[in-house]
Each structure stands twice: as C-alpha cells, then as structure tokens.
Design a protein around this ligand. Structure first.
Ligand SMILES: [Zn+2]
Length: 215
C-alpha cells in the first residue's frame, strides 16, 4: 500500500485533468519552433490547482516578483522524498505561503491567465513544470528557462520532463505523445493519492478570449 509520503495526485481535479500541450518542441504561428519546459493543462478560470505530492511550499511568488516574468503568479513546492521541485504557473489566486507543509492533493491555488503582462492573449491553463536542484545544490527557482539551445546549462542542470514525472506516480496521458486526459494506473501512488475524484470547488468565471498563444 502506498503511504502518505509517496501519495500522488494530478495537478488538477480528475477526471477533467488533461494535458493540452506536452513538454518539448512545438510549432508556433509563423513556422517558428518553440521549446516548452512544462506540461500545459487547460483549465477554466478558478479551477483548483492541487499539490501533486506531499511537500513544502518553497515559494509563492506574485507575478511582479523578479526572475519569474512570464510565469505569472507562481507556486513552487519542494518534495523532500526525492528532492525535486514542482511548479504551478499562471495562477489567478495563491492559497499557500512559503514554508507550509502540504499533503498530496491539497488545493494550493486557482488557475488563471497571469503572466506578468508577457502573454496578454492566453487561454486559461495551468503550466506545470518539474525541476531538480541545480548541480551546486541550490534551488532551481527562480532560474533561467531551461531551454536546450538558449540555456543548455540550465536544461542539463535542472530540467525534468513533467510527463515522465507524472507517469512515475501512475498518471498516464491518454496519448503516447504525452497529451490527453490523465488516467490513473491501478495500484499506483496516484491511485491512493487523493487526486481521483476531487470535485472542483471554485465557481467558473468568464474565460479570456481564446487566441491560441500558450506558454
Ligand atoms: Zn506552458
């Protein structure tokens, strides 16, 4: 039986949680290729955002904080079980404070479209990212966007594939390319983690205009 320490949850309530843009290279309008650190999960404004594992709040940064431009309001959790950090971006509200200890599936925030003014036309979604500590042991947040070409040192030092991370706890995207609805592998940490049937608690608010700019 999984214990509380290794319990896990999807970052959004199930069964609606679905990855709409997986990590890796993706095509943008104009034929441009862009590398994406995180997994994007479409979420109506105000959807509860859940801690994927038990942990400690490393930081809860308002969108105006230095070093996180583009992420909007950002919660970063640290997980002592494996030393990794999970991050939850573009939040409309943050419900936790630095230093708080949390169980898996705790509601830590509400989803939104905040980006520090960088992505003014963005669909409401959760950007979920995972990082390991820097090679010198320091925290990877804030830190350079771990782009394999523009910041290869950061990419090598601390990027972790968020879909592989979720898979490790039994959360499988419906598509083999890492997109689609998340499903729980029976008997996995996620199966016992509390993410299974969490009802949305926040009222749905009007969505921003959908233009297709994601980050
Ligand atoms: Zn994203």
């Amino acid at each position: 039986m999984p214990t509380t320490e290794n319990a896990a949850s999807a970052p959004l309530p199930m069964p609606e949680a679905r990855i709409t843009s997986p990590p890796g290279w993706r095509d943008r309008p104009g034929g441009r290729r862009e590398w994406h650190e995180g997994a994007d999960l479409r979420a109506a404004m105000g959807t509860p955002v859940l801690a994927v594992r038990p942990g400690v709040v490393h930081d809860a940064l308002p969108e105006t904080a230095r070093g996180i431009r583009g992420y909007g309001n950002l919660v970063v959790l640290w997980h002592p079980q494996d030393g990794l950090y999970t991050a939850y971006a573009h939040l409309s509200e943050m419900l936790v404070r630095r230093g708080e200890t949390l169980e898996a599936a705790t509601v830590i925030a509400a989803s939104g479209v905040s980006s520090g003014g960088r992505h003014v036309q963005m669909c409401p979604h959760l950007h979920f990212a995972v990082r390991r500590p820097r090679s010198d042991g320091r925290a990877p947040w804030p830190g350079a966007y771990p782009h394999p070409e523009r910041a290869p040192w950061a990419h090598r030092s601390y990027w972790v594939d968020p879909v592989e991370y979720l898979r490790g706890f039994g959360l499988e995207p419906a598509s083999t390319r890492g997109a689609g609805e998340l499903r729980i592998r029976p008997g996995s940490a996620a199966d016992a983690g509390g993410g299974r049937a969490h009802p949305p608690r926040c009222p749905t608010r009007p969505q921003a205009v959908l233009v297709g700019a994601w980050r």
